[in-house]
Ligand binder design. Structure first.
Ligand SMILES: [Zn+2]
Length: 347
């Protein structure tokens, strides 16, 4: 007997668990720095795990030390090989292949950005979500009834003309606004209703600096008992303050077939504070949306009792809003998917 307190069996088990942990740690190191830290933990000369194991060799019976030392060296070589293999993989020279000129600047990786129109939509949705609105979506191919008839367009309204609307067939159009989703929402759900309706709409417009044949629209609809114009004004004024930082808003009478009365909302120009500048075309105000109380015949078309319920709606164009916000002069830029343009809006 000696003063040994460690058996060969125990020592071999320690070696095995060392290797089982150290080799995958080397292979899995994500960077050269991480690999250095792993190396220090397992192979460090001062405090590494391997150093502890070598100290334990002395606690074995003399007869066992030869076999133990051989096993120890084999494990050490395998773990060191794993370290070197990973070091080669992580070496920058390997990625660069033949590095002709080491002074060449590194390639910058491109960082993507949310499209400015999507940013506007996301912010709008967030503001209305806080007010209890949910999102409603609908089809982009509609029947003329949903797109026009149910929304109180008279049968001879010029918007229904072939010159303005893209007909797929006699009874299918590409929706010209998101308002058909108002009708679909009212048919599907009983009031109280508070929905925000984002989506693409299509018009037979030329593709020029200020028109696009397909563009985003966002629309809101509120229907409940006792809803008045005061609800419309309060909600949209709150929105203008939050979204535009507007200090003042004004409502001007307007006309839409599906609302009565109808109003357009302007916000005080934030660039000139109302004194007149190029952005507001010297008027001091910027037009941002159309709105109004839902026409009773729209409620009735969707099967809602217009004696019991009233509502209001608004619609606006996130594309134009994004253009005004960033001073984008040509709407076609929004459709180019040019990353040099889009990367300006990265946040
Ligand atoms: Zn101005």
């Amino acid at each position: 007997m000696t003063d040994a307190n460690l058996t060969l069996h125990d020592f071999t088990a320690l070696l095995a668990s060392f290797e089982a942990e150290a080799a995958p740690a080397m292979t899995g190191a994500a960077s050269a720095d991480a690999l250095d830290a792993v190396r220090a933990t397992y192979l460090g000369r001062a405090h590494g795990w391997l150093k502890d194991l070598s100290a334990k060799l002395g606690q074995l019976e003399k007869a066992d030390r030869g076999a133990a030392g051989k096993a120890f060296n084999e494990v050490r070589l395998r773990v060191e090989a794993a370290l070197e293999a990973r070091r080669t993989e992580l070496s920058p020279r390997r990625e660069a292949g033949t590095l002709a000129d080491p002074s060449m600047p590194a390639r910058r990786s491109w960082v993507g950005a949310v499209h400015p129109v999507s940013q506007v939509l996301d912010e709008m949705i967030e503001i209305f979500r806080e007010l209890g609105f949910t999102i409603a979506l609908g089809p982009e191919v509609e029947t003329p009834w949903y797109n026009f008839g149910a929304l109180n367009f008279p049968p001879d309204h010029p918007a229904m003309d072939l010159h303005d609307t893209l007909y797929i067939s006699d009874d299918a159009v590409l929706r010209t606004h998101t308002s058909p989703v108002q009708v679909r929402t009212l048919q599907a759900w009983a009031p109280p209703i508070r929905v925000l309706i984002p989506g693409n709409v299509h018009r037979r417009d030329p593709f020029d600096a200020s028109h696009a044949p397909t563009f985003a629209q966002v629309e809101g609809l509120v229907v409940d008992e006792g809803i008045t114009f005061a609800d419309l004004k309060a909600t949209l004024t709150h929105f203008a303050k939050r979204f535009f930082g507007a200090t003042k808003t004004r409502f001007r009478p307007s006309y839409f077939p599906f609302t009565e009365p109808s109003a357009e909302m302007d916000v005080l120009c934030g660039v000139c504070d109302g004194s007149g500048c190029g952005v507001c075309k010297q008027s001091g105000w910027i037009e941002i949306l159309g709105s109004g109380l839902v026409h009773p015949s729209v409620l009735e078309s969707a099967g809602v009792d217009s004696e019991k319920y009233t509502g209001w709606a608004f619609g606006m164009g996130p594309g134009r809003t994004a253009m005004a916000r960033h001073g984008i002069p040509d709407i076609r830029i929004l459709y180019d998917s040019d990353v040099r343009f889009l990367s300006q809006f990265a946040r």
